[in-house]
Ligand binder design. Structure first.
Ligand code: ATP
Length: 299
């Protein structure tokens, strides 16, 4: 069984507080994009006759990623194996296409795809909501990756409201070849003073989408984590400048960065800016992507 694990971008990301357990209160608009890892699941029937859970074997095309408990996709498989006492053994392969630690939720997408895939493969009968309840124990972005498409996210990112689909915009995504740790970015953000921050207008961004006023979406893009990540990663600002000065309707860092995307009304123009970015050499050409937006029903 092959499953696509789609990356996401944030059209909006605001931080409104911090809980006692350290989690941040968020208000986000998340959008899946047509850049995906491929998760392949194959099972071997159990032969030993004992009640132990089966062996989970993970392989990954990206050698820098762990293939044991350190991989969130492995932990997702084990969660369901333990709960449902699955005794068959399973091989999971991740063909990694989503840049790692880039603000694109690649790990969360892989974990979500494994939950969805194992549920289907072994006929566990869990609904999407039930999968989301399990996914959030592993990571706050996983429920969105299970639901897919476009959504408003409140709480710690797990209270989701689906938002239909945006039409008529092309995404040009550039992932600088540096990793940004999500924890580092949030820690940096916590050191900032409130008066230094202009919060994005998530309400109007959401309203523009709900009223299908897609031409207004670019002007309401905003991500407060830019304040945390850009000072140490000035290429993000340079890429935004290149995109905006060459016709993007809007440009923003995704998640905790360093990925940056531009939204273009004109797909040809987006393709030209792809070439300009590649020539500028700020981002390796194989880390620049022209991608579409993914609608809701992705499984
Ligand atoms: P987010 O946007 O959710 O904060 P991200 O896109 O910035 O996440 P990921 O690519 O999900 O970051 O990876 C974050 C870290 O998680 C990596 O440094 C990596 O070591 C670890 N990791 C564990 N499993 C995976 C996986 N399957 N894919 C990617 N990273 C993984």
């Amino acid at each position: 069984m092959d499953i696509r694990a789609y990356a996401k971008i944030n059209l909006g990301l605001d931080i409104t507080g911090k809980r006692e357990n350290g989690y941040h209160e968020l208000r986000m608009i998340m959008q899946q994009i047509d850049l995906y890892d491929v998760i392949t699941i194959e099972a071997e029937p159990e032969v030993s006759g004992n009640d132990d859970i089966g062996t989970i074997t993970l392989t990954c095309s990206e050698p820098s990623l762990p293939t044991d408990e350190g991989n969130i996709a492995y932990r997702a498989a084990r969660l369901l194996f333990e709960e449902f006492r699955i005794t068959d053994s399973i091989d999971i392969n991740i063909e990694k296409n989503i840049p790692v630690a880039a603000g694109l939720a690649g790990g969360s997408a892989d974990a979500a795809a494994v939950l969805v895939g194992i549920n289907e493969y072994f006929g566990l009968g869990l609904s999407d909501e039930e999968l989301m309840e399990r996914g959030v124990r592993l990571g706050a972005d996983i429920p969105f990756c299970i639901m897919g498409g476009l959504a408003y996210a409140g709480g710690i990112g797990d209270e989701l409201v689906p938002l239909g689909a945006i039409e008529g915009l092309t995404v040009l995504l550039a992932a600088p070849d540096t990793a940004v740790s999500t924890k580092w970015a949030y820690d940096r953000y916590d050191e900032l003073k409130e008066e230094e921050i202009i919060h994005p207008d998530i309400d109007n961004l959401r309203a523009a989408i709900e009223m299908e006023d897609f031409g207004c979406v670019p002007e309401f893009l905003g991500n407060v984590l830019e304040y945390a990540t850009i000072p140490d990663n000035p290429d993000i600002a340079r890429i935004k400048d290149v995109m905006m000065s060459n016709g993007a309707a809007g440009a923003l860092m995704s998640g905790s960065g360093p990925s940056v995307y531009g939204l273009f009304v004109d797909a040809d123009r987006a393709a030209r800016v792809f070439d300009i970015l590649a020539e500028e050499g700020i981002v390796p050409e194989d880390r620049i992507y022209l991608v579409g937006l993914v609608g809701g029903d992705w499984t």
